[in-house]
Design a protein around this ligand. Structure first.
Ligand code: CTP
Ligand SMILES: C[C@](O)(CO)[C@H](O)COP(=O)(O)O
Length: 257
């Protein structure tokens, strides 16, 4: 198995879609710019990608009118040894404005990738606490030949499929999928660059997917899962912020992070 904890190997970039509003989190700044333990969520997410020695470039897809602010944030939070703008230590970064949907934002990030990148991770800014071992596990699986790799966890709840109902009306259940075969998928999702580009270019208007792996599935290419991590959860609703702060407090107590 290829070792992603070494900088050697195919060049890997991470695209971080961070252009969402965060409607489900409630009123306030765009979600990626809201603070977690005093630091913007996006900065936690960029650090999580830069923590992998295999990741040489991070492309941040900023809120459409927020690219200058994001560039300033990245410069303000540069790691010791990084240049004032453009890199954190050995990790370079680029900032591009995003689009109206996650899928559009990811595509804008992909369009900004330079030549020479062979592996692309796509990672939600809204999953700021993913551990580096999870990131490296995804990269290793792509290096070992899988064109699309997704970190995932077994589903804890029983899941029902429903028939859409009028607002306020009870929803009729049509099926209960076998839980043992269901997985909740996380990010970073990792791809062979050419496969991911082909998947995005093949999208039919109005027939997108909620994750990039869903687009690769439509190509008929194989998608495989590797173990996700409970700390890679997505900050979506207000209670998730409470959980994220608690995870950071536990990390500080355990190892002074
Ligand atoms: N137009 C969009 C919409 C979403 N995202 C990004 O996609 C990731 C996952 O999306 P989600 O958690 O659904 O974020 P929001 O769209 O911001 O949330 P909401 O649906 O509550 O508004 C986030 O990092 C978000 O910033 C993006 O880059 N561009
Ligand atoms: C990509 C993702 O985080 C995988 O779970 C998820 O599909 C994003 O969906 P959202 O509707 O943008 O939250």
């Amino acid at each position: 198995m290829s070792d992603a904890s070494s900088a050697a190997g195919p060049r890997t970039a991470a695209v971080i879609p961070a252009a969402g509003r965060g409607v489900r989190l409630g009123p306030g700044a765009p979600k990626a710019l809201r603070a977690l333990n005093g630091t913007p969520m996006l900065i936690h997410a960029v650090r999580a990608m830069a923590a992998s020695r295999a990741v040489s470039l991070v492309v941040v897809v900023a809120p459409p009118d927020g690219a200058p602010e994001v560039k300033t944030l990245l410069a303000d939070h540069a790691l010791p040894g990084g240049t004032p703008s453009g890199s954190w230590g050995s990790t370079d970064f680029l900032v591009v404005p995003g689009g109206a949907t996650r899928q559009e934002s990811v595509k804008l990030g992909l369009d900004a990738l330079p030549q020479g990148i062979d592996i692309v991770l796509v990672h939600d800014a809204a999953r700021p606490l993913v551990p580096v071992d999870t990131v490296d596990g995804v990269i290793e699986a792509v290096r070992d030949g899988a064109p699309a790799v997704v970190p995932a966890l077994p589903v804890a709840d029983t899941v029902k499929e429903v028939e859409p109902a009028a607002p306020g009306e009870p929803e009729p259940v049509v099926a209960t999928p076998e839980r043992a075969r269901l997985r909740a998928v996380q990010t970073p999702q990792g791809f062979d660059r050419a496969t991911l580009l082909r998947a995005h270019e093949a999208v039919v208007v109005g027939e997108g997917a909620t994750d990039c792996a869903g687009l690769v599935e439509r190509l008929g290419e194989p998608v495989v899962l590797v173990p996700g991590h409970e700390e890679a959860f997505k900050v979506t609703r207000p209670l998730d912020l409470v959980l994220a702060e608690a995870v950071l407090a536990r990390r500080r107590a355990n190892d002074g992070f």
